[in-house]
Ligand binder design. Structure first.
Ligand SMILES: NC(=O)c1ccc[n+]([C@@H]2O[C@H](COP(=O)([O-])OP(=O)(O)OC[C@H]3O[C@@H](n4cnc5c(N)ncnc54)[C@H](OP(=O)(O)O)[C@@H]3O)[C@@H](O)[C@H]2O)c1
Length: 261
């Protein structure tokens, strides 16, 4: 029987790379994003890589589109093993300049959509003893200057995931939270405000490729893991914020002043 994966934000970056990693393992991949053409191109790549593909264009912030995504996946394949909540967007601006309407739009995409899709998919995921993958970020555990809007959405996603994980474990459903650091995708170009002063990138730091991140995620699902921090950089930042919160706060102020705030 086919292994069925639904991936949001599958037309680009990490989502596309995830679709291809699962395709190489022979999975049936249901691809979601708003742009139909880009989605169809990834569907063709998935089939060429050995998987089956169904492209379902839609906006995950729209309830009818979320329901259609789940219905089409179940209608086509009759089961669901993995839901990957990957679609997301950045918003980089000093906190005193956050536009409430933009913040609400970011929360609808980065927080409400993943939670709602998990609700809609929980019955088939329970039947398959499947996995919900939440693509969080290093910004889900540590914020920085100009990252308040985006990081607060990922912090919220982390909290929802922590509760969901405990609540659905009795049904045999796992929740994997993934924390990438910087990844080479169009994500920063697609952000509501693109600001190159953002982030915790030490000198010489390299962005991960989406393929490297995707392969790590697929292996983490296979291994039944609950948290994946995708690089040494993320693991170091995650440790620093827990064991040395004072110096982390000092460094954040230093970064803010150095970038002109
Ligand atoms: N790249 C990084 O450095 C980085 C680091 C940490 C975490 N992340 C997280 O990784 C995830 C994927 O990011 P990425 O780097 O792969 O970004 P990306 O290349 O910009 O891809 C974003 C994907 O989401 C889709 N999307 C955006 N809005 C949507 C909507 N309303 N409904 C449905 N689909 C939508 C886009 O397609 P359409 O525009 O056609 O809809 C696209 O397929 C995000 O959750 C992001 O927060 C990224």
């Amino acid at each position: 029987m086919a292994f069925v994966v639904v991936i949001t934000g599958a037309s680009s970056g990490i989502g596309r790379a995830l679709a291809l990693s699962w395709a190489k393992r022979g999975a049936s991949v249901v691809l979601s994003a708003r742009g139909q053409e880009a989605l169809e191109r990834v569907a063709a790549e998935v089939r060429a890589a050995g998987g089956d593909a169904l492209a379902v264009a839609g906006d995950v912030t729209v309830e009818e589109d979320r329901k259609a995504l789940c219905d089409r996946a179940l209608g086509a394949y009759g089961r669901l093993d993995v839901l990957v909540n990957n679609a997301g967007r950045g918003y980089y601006v000093p906190t005193v300049e956050i536009d409430p309407a933009e913040l609400e739009a970011i929360y609808r995409l980065n927080v409400v959509a993943p939670m709602r899709l998990a609700q809609l998919a929980i019955a088939p995921l329970s039947a398959a003893k499947g996995t919900v993958v939440m693509i969080s970020s290093i910004a889900g555990i540590v914020s920085a200057p100009r990252m308040g809007a985006y990081a607060s959405s990922k912090f919220a996603l982390e909290a929802l995931s922590m509760s969901l994980r405990a609540e659905v474990s009795s049904r045999g459903v796992r929740v994997l939270v993934v924390r990438p650091g910087p990844v080479a995708t169009p994500f920063h170009a697609n952000a509501v405000v693109t600001d190159h002063n953002v982030g915790y990138r030490p000198p010489g730091h390299r962005e991960q490729s989406p393929e490297e991140v995707a392969e790590g995620i697929v292996r983490a699902v296979e291994a039944g893991r609950e948290v994946l921090e995708t690089s040494v950089f993320v693991k170091a930042a995650s440790l620093a914020v827990r064991v040395a919160p004072g110096p982390t706060r000092w460094f954040s102020k230093y970064m803010a002043r150095r970038s002109g705030l």
